[in-house]
Write a protein that binds this ligand. Structure first.
Ligand code: HEC
Length: 179
């Protein structure tokens, strides 16, 4: 038991440092490229239909995090990092088989930027749930829900028409009626 627990702790440690490494691995050039050439296009041209803010996430694809891109949509991963020609996202921008954004092809220079970005290995600092609109769970509020309250044994209220109630529950009902 203790051994499997320490194995688990070790695993979590390794996993979290791997995640931290990935974040730290982005160079300033990569970040600048993403922030100036990629993020604005995604936000303006794609988020309406492919992000947390969309009413219905189109094609099952979220483009508001790196994980979303890698996971992809109904057809599978939308990007294979390093392999632009295998990336559905680039095909879509090139209007090859699928056409995105639907209302008009983006300028060739923008498509080229995306190609470069994928070849760079998809440097992207966005984490899942960065979006302010993503749902959160309020555990404290949830605990107050009536069904989670402990069972108690309240004293039935006093009533005026003492002959009316058959059992104590009726007294709760009658008390409200008399109120
Ligand atoms: C007006 C809504 C809308 C906008 C804006 C939009 N898309 Fe889409 N997208 C869709 C719909 C609907 C589908 C699913 C139907 C289809 O495949 O044509 C889709 C599907 C996709 C898919 C395929 C997902 C899969 O796995 O099947 C990719 C990739 C994609 N979009 C990329 C983009 C990119 C990149 C942008 C921004 C440049 C963008 N889309 C903007 C509506 C939109």
């Amino acid at each position: 038991m203790t051994r499997s627990l320490s194995a688990l702790v070790a695993l979590i440690f390794v996993a979290s440092s791997a995640i931290a490494d990935e974040g730290a691995a982005l160079t300033k050039e990569q970040l600048d490229f993403f922030e100036t050439k990629i993020r604005p296009v995604l936000v303006e041209q794609c988020y309406k239909c492919h992000a947390a803010e969309a009413k219905i996430i189109k094609g099952g694809l979220r483009l508001d995090s790196r994980d979303g891109l890698l996971k992809g949509g109904d057809t599978g991963p939308s990007v294979v990092p390093g392999q632009a020609d295998k990336s559905l996202l680039l095909k879509a921008l090139k209007y090859d088989e699928i056409e995105m954004p639907p209302k008009g092809k983006l300028p060739e220079s923008v498509v080229k930027d995306f190609e470069t970005w994928i070849k760079m290995g998809l440097p992207d600092p966005r984490k899942l749930n960065d979006s302010p609109k993503s749902r959160t769970i309020d555990i404290q509020a949830g605990r107050k829900f009536w069904a989670f309250q402990p069972v108690s044994d309240p004293t039935p209220p006093k009533v005026k028409h003492t002959a009316w109630p058959f059992d104590p529950i009726d007294r709760f009902v009658l008390a409200k009626l008399e109120e």
